[in-house]
Design a protein around this ligand. Structure first.
Ligand code: HEM
Length: 550
């Protein structure tokens, strides 16, 4: 149905103060090379931060602040990159070289922020104030101090070595990122701050965009409902569905990409309400200078790729003896535990085999729901046709199990133990992670034939308005709880932990074979091991200038 142009009324969308919000928060650094830096103020014998170093840092911060990129610049950088990619796609013979940039962001742990301004103690987030080490057991991390994933053995942010500040440097070229990171680490050292952590993360050279198990990552991000300026069409998240054809256009950026109110990610803006087009309450700004700031979670997660694939192979072999599972391969099993094939193609759209063309097609690869079937939606680019198989309704998790990673963390149109479909909007996070370490050439390799000795994984970062209601909720309440968001589910077998106190660290997942045969998979093998991190606050640039600096 064609809706007359005059009847198309865009719903209200807030303008975000992008020149005050750090680009690390919105729109995020979408770059192939990262270096993460961590700093720690010097302490006295009693463990108290020494004031002279804090004062020296505060003084330096008043000029250092110009190093940190705001959202407007970061958005312009991203748009320039997109224009370049699209321009080259249209005119391959006159292809241009992409502009190269390096972007920087700054965040503080509660310890660092409280040293800079005592008012930081009023930030009403128990998780932020306590820090990641304190919350680690709640997230399901091993409580046995001998276990590699226990905070006592972390490589960054271990007890007594928690970071006070965290800097993210991201860019198009490794060399430029290194140079900028060295420069910033030198600034910290000169101020008497220990630059106690520095680590590079890079897109995989063999499979750009894929995480180390081999799956395309970073496909599904929530869109942000809001504009970058007062201009009518200056949307933060590009709109792809044609509003003159369907009112659904106002719910999505790309097909399947929910538009979420910005207060779920930035403090001081409207959050979700039961109606997706109506703003909810503002995310709280206590103290007031936290407006335009956000919380950043960093988790260094080592991935044991060999163990993951060897376990998938063993589980597939034993499942093949059961009726309904006779054709099962390890790739099929792993894809159904992720919810997407390695190419990124959603299993709900192609349940039986991967379709790399669908995986690589951003106009189609996120267009599916769980409770209801999908049909192709009319796009602004009228000549594009989504001709891939559409998704059938899958409310019980027959195709994409309720235990699958993507279904555990985003229930899409399905209700959950938290309520109706809208309950999922307030659980969304903006993922900002990048892989670290070299790929494992043979995915089944034993540790003895791994030149990197297992040192590879994900530098997971997420941005959200509430660590408790978003990141921690997803991990502790949905990924690690076998009965939620809905049963029959099981744990998030790919990523999650078994957080049951005192229990053996066995994890289960329910999977359906043909003829609705149901099977319970079980393993105690752990292939995602937390090896460090921290909880941080990313202040606005005005808060850095007027509250944190001298
Ligand atoms: C080593 C650890 C992890 C790996 C290998 C991993 C891998 C993946 C993959 C392959 C996808 C599907 C592709 C995509 O949509 O981007 C995905 C999606 C996602 N992951 Fe993870 N992940 C990891 C940890 C986490 C953690 C700790 C969280 C915590 C909240 C998380 C939250 C999400 C979310 C929200 C999505 C998007 C789901 C959707 O909207 O469809 N992941 N992850």
């Amino acid at each position: 149905m064609q809706i007359p142009e005059t009847k198309v009324v865009a719903p209200h969308e807030p303008v975000l103060e992008l020149s005050d919000i750090q680009g690390l928060v919105v729109p995020g650094f979408l770059k192939p090379h990262f270096t993460l830096l961590g700093g720690r103020f010097p302490r006295d014998a009693a463990g108290s931060i020494q004031p002279p170093a804090v004062l020296a840092f505060k003084q330096r911060l008043s000029t250092l602040v110009d190093e940190f990129d705001h959202g407007a610049r970061t958005l312009e950088d991203r748009r320039a990159h997109r224009r370049f990619v699209r321009g080259n796609a249209r005119n391959a013979t006159n292809a241009q070289v992409a502009p190269k940039t390096t972007l920087v962001g700054l965040a503080f742990a509660a310890s660092g922020l409280r040293a800079l301004t005592p008012g930081a103690a009023d930030i009403p987030s128990p998780a932020f104030q306590a820090g990641l080490v304190e919350r680690s057991a709640f997230l399901g991390d091993p409580t046995d101090p001998a276990h590699e994933g226990n905070p006592a053995r972390w490589k960054v942010g271990a007890p007594g070595g928690e970071l006070d500040m965290f800097l993210v440097v991201a860019g198009d070229e490794r060399e430029a990122v290194d140079t900028k990171a060295d420069e910033l680490a030198n600034v910290l050292t000169q101020l008497g701050i220990e630059a106690s952590y520095g680590e590079a993360g890079d897109v995989r050279p063999d499979m750009p965009g894929h995480e180390h198990f081999g799956f395309d990552d970073g496909i599904s991000q929530p869109g942000i409902r809001g504009r970058a300026s007062a201009a009518r069409d200056d949307f933060l998240t590009e709109r792809w569905i044609s509003p003159s054809q369907t009112p659904e256009a106002w719910l999505f950026g790309l097909p399947g990409q929910d538009l979420v109110w910005p207060g779920e990610f930035v403090l001081g803006y409207a959050r979700t309400s039961p109606d997706p087009l109506t703003p909810g309450l503002l995310s709280p700004t206590v103290p007031t200078w936290t407006r335009n700031g956000s919380f950043l979670v960093f988790r260094r997660m080592r991935q044991d790729v060999g163990l993951f694939w060897r376990t998938m192979r063993d589980l597939a072999t034993s499942l093949r003896h059961l009726p309904g599972f006779d054709a099962l391969t390890d790739e099929y099993l792993a894809a159904h535990l992720v919810g997407r094939w390695m190419s990124g193609a959603p299993v709900n759209r192609v349940p039986d085999a991967d379709n790399p063309d669908l995986g690589g097609d951003r106009l189609a690869n996120n267009h599916f729901r769980f409770n209801s079937p999908t049909t192709a939606v009319p796009l602004v680019e009228a000549d594009y046709v989504d001709s891939f198989p559409q998704a059938a309704a899958d409310p019980a998790g027959i195709v994409c199990p309720w235990a699958a990673h993507i279904r555990k963390v985003n229930t899409r149109d399905a209700g959950s133990d938290m309520g109706g479909q809208e309950a999922t909007y307030s659980r969304r996070v903006l993922r900002r992670g990048i892989a670290f370490g070299p790929p494992l050439a043979d995915r089944y390799a034993e540790p003895s034939s791994d030149p990197a000795n297992g040192e590879r994984g994900l530098l997971f970062m997420s941005v959200q308005a509430s660590i408790e209601d978003q990141f921690e909720f997803l991990v502790a309440r949905w990924m690690n709880d076998p009965t939620r968001p809905k049963t029959p589910a099981g744990h998030d077998l790919v990523i999650g932990q078994n957080a049951a106190p005192g229990a053996k660290r066995v994890r289960d997942a329910v999977l359906f074979g043909s003829g609705l045969q149901q099977s319970l998979l079980s393993t105690s093998n752990e292939w995602v091991i937390p090896t460090g991190g921290g909880y941080f606050f990313v202040p606005s640039l005005s808060a850095i200038r007027h509250v944190l600096a001298v």
